[in-house]
Ligand binder design. Structure first.
Ligand code: 13P
Length: 251
């Protein structure tokens, strides 16, 4: 079943980089991350989106890390999906845990952003995931389902062709504490079953559910070998040539 879903590896550069380091990343991505079997997307800071889109191989997608839910207006400091599209990028990451928990974005706002980005023609990496205290309280599924439901409520069934779900447990992000392959597989499998009920069997079978949280060159093979883990959203390791190993995790 998983073989029908193209392996997807996204690099979320977060608020990192300058022209010099961005050039270095582009160099190894263009040299070693272009692979017909893997969909690769890089997510630079908004400042560098245009630059990266011009320099990175056209086979590699480029994603904004966030965008607002309208085309333009008095929203100082923000960027719109239209702008990301205007500079030639194809993707946007929405609902990342840092947006939810550092910048206070609600489930509803994330749903509205997903709706608007899709309407603009961008594809969306929609992030969900529980905090440590939620996992410890046995609420992992409830949190993931609630966050996903807020997205379902804002979109159409046909939109799912343009969405990748990133399961990123908050406690595993930037901590070096990866979910075990069993823990990640369990959530992905439950989420897929839940999507079958809430959306459709077709969507559940075809949507890629990728894992994020301290993915590195050492743990990517084991994680990537699980049937419901269709790829990764990589933070820290996407800034380094380790990203090449992660892109080739299924090889
Ligand atoms: P790290 O890979 O640095 O843990 O970050 C994961 C992440 O947040 C990707 O979006």
């Amino acid at each position: 079943m998983s073989s029908q879903r193209k392996f997807f590896v996204g690099g979320n550069w977060k608020m990192n980089g300058n022209k010099q380091s961005v050039d270095k990343i582009i160099e190894f991505v263009n040299k070693d991350c272009v692979d017909p079997d893997v969909e690769v997307v890089v997510g630079p800071s908004a400042i560098y989106l245009d630059y990266v889109r011009q320099k990175v191989n056209p086979a590699v997608g480029v994603a904004g890390q966030n965008c607002y839910k309208v085309a333009s207006g008095a929203f100082t400091g923000d960027n719109s999906a239209d702008m990301i599209k205007d500079v030639g990028c194809e993707w946007v990451i929405l609902g990342h845990s840092e947006r939810r928990h550092v910048f206070g974005e609600s489930d509803q706002l994330v749903g509205e952003k997903v709706q608007y980005a899709l309407k603009t023609g961008l594809k969306v990496i929609a992030c969900i995931g529980e905090k440590l205290e939620e996992r410890e309280a046995g609420q992992t599924e409830a949190v993931c389902f609630r966050q996903t439901q807020a997205i379902i409520d804002c979109i159409q069934k046909s939109d799912w062709a343009n969405i990748v779900i990133a399961y990123e447990p908050v406690w595993a992000i930037g901590t070096g504490k990866t979910a075990t392959p069993e823990q990640a597989q369990e959530v992905h499998e439950k989420l897929r079953k839940w999507l079958k009920e809430k959306v459709s069997a077709d969507v559940a079978n075809s949507v890629r559910i990728i894992y994020g949280g301290s993915v590195n060159a050492g743990n990517c093979k084991d994680l990537g070998g699980r049937p419901d883990i269709d790829g990764f959203l990589v933070g820290g390791a996407s800034l380094k040539p380790d990203f090449i190993t992660i892109v080739k995790a299924r090889k």
